[in-house]
Design a protein around this ligand. Structure first.
Ligand code: SF4
Length: 272
């Protein structure tokens, strides 16, 4: 676990998060998340949670309370810092809706403490992975930042593409192709450079993937460079996490104080 935490922090930092401008911390080191999760869990029904698409998707093999209640914990993660805009992928939209709903319920039942958060999407709100499902670490269909250039190329070669385009020369359908979605992020003018030759059949899928590998690797090069530097400097990374935890605890503690006051729970440990 320690190694995973460290590598995740390295990834955040190398991808460009600036610890001067944001708090990078380990959620379990801020116990207020668990406290607000518990209070929120009293305000939501089990059927509401079982209807969420992420639960429906995985319930056949993941049926614990922890998994069912995870979106409530996410709502606590969001509301604890009074976020109003939450950058997420399309698949997480319902979870932000749940956070909005819980914030509204709390404000209406007790006192206005929370902002009502809303999802914030980019132009491409969902990236597809190598198997054409949403790109996700848990499906192992993603491109880890830790991959080398060669590993990235190999993973891209394994990506799902338009099943009707079997041979070069066959006309393709870039819309809905996970490789084209990535081109739209990493290849300049992909709508003009990639889509037309794909549609006419002039561009084959293997060549298309190799163009993407080149552009993606070029874009990841500075991130990989920073990653190598950070891996050689673990003390700095742990210091960032410790500072982030202290900043997060200060903010979260402040909000929880308001929550307890609103719920008239501030009597704890006090003599009459
Ligand atoms: S040519 Fe590229 S965009 Fe077109 S189907 Fe193949 S991989 Fe997808």
């Amino acid at each position: 676990m320690k190694d995973k935490v460290f590598r995740m922090a390295v990834m955040f930092l190398s991808a460009g998060l600036d610890p001067e401008n944001c708090a990078i911390f380990v959620q379990s080191e801020v116990p207020e998340h668990a406290e607000l999760h518990l209070l929120f869990s009293m305000m939501i029904t089990v059927p509401t949670l079982t209807r969420l698409p992420t639960y429906q998707e995985k319930k056949s093999y993941l049926d614990s309370y922890g998994f069912l209640g995870y979106p409530v914990l996410q709502a606590a993660d969001i509301c604890l810092y009074n976020a109003d805009k939450v950058p997420v992928g399309k698949d997480q939209e319902k979870h932000v809706w749940l956070a909005n709903d819980l914030a509204k319920r709390f404000n209406a039942t007790y006192k206005k403490v929370f902002r009502e958060p809303e999802a914030l999407f980019t132009d491409i709100p969902m990236i597809l992975g190598s198997d054409n499902r949403k790109m996700s670490k848990s499906y192992d269909n993603h491109i880890p930042l830790e991959f080398t250039e060669k590993q990235t190329e190999k993973r891209l070669r394994s990506f799902y593409t338009d099943p009707k385009k079997v041979h070069q020369g066959d006309p393709g359908h870039p819309q809905g192709c996970p490789i084209f979605l990535l081109h739209r992020i990493y290849t300049e003018n992909a709508d003009k450079q990639i889509a037309p030759p794909c549609k006419t059949g002039e561009l084959g899928c293997v060549d298309c993937k190799m163009i993407l590998a080149k552009n993606l690797n070029a874009s990841l090069a500075p991130i990989r460079e920073r990653q190598d530097e950070l891996l050689k400097n673990p003390d700095y990374v742990w210091d960032v996490l410790a500072t982030g935890r202290d900043r997060a605890r200060a903010r979260a503690g402040n909000v929880m104080e308001k929550v307890r006051t609103a719920m008239k729970m501030n009597y704890r440990g006090k003599k009459k």
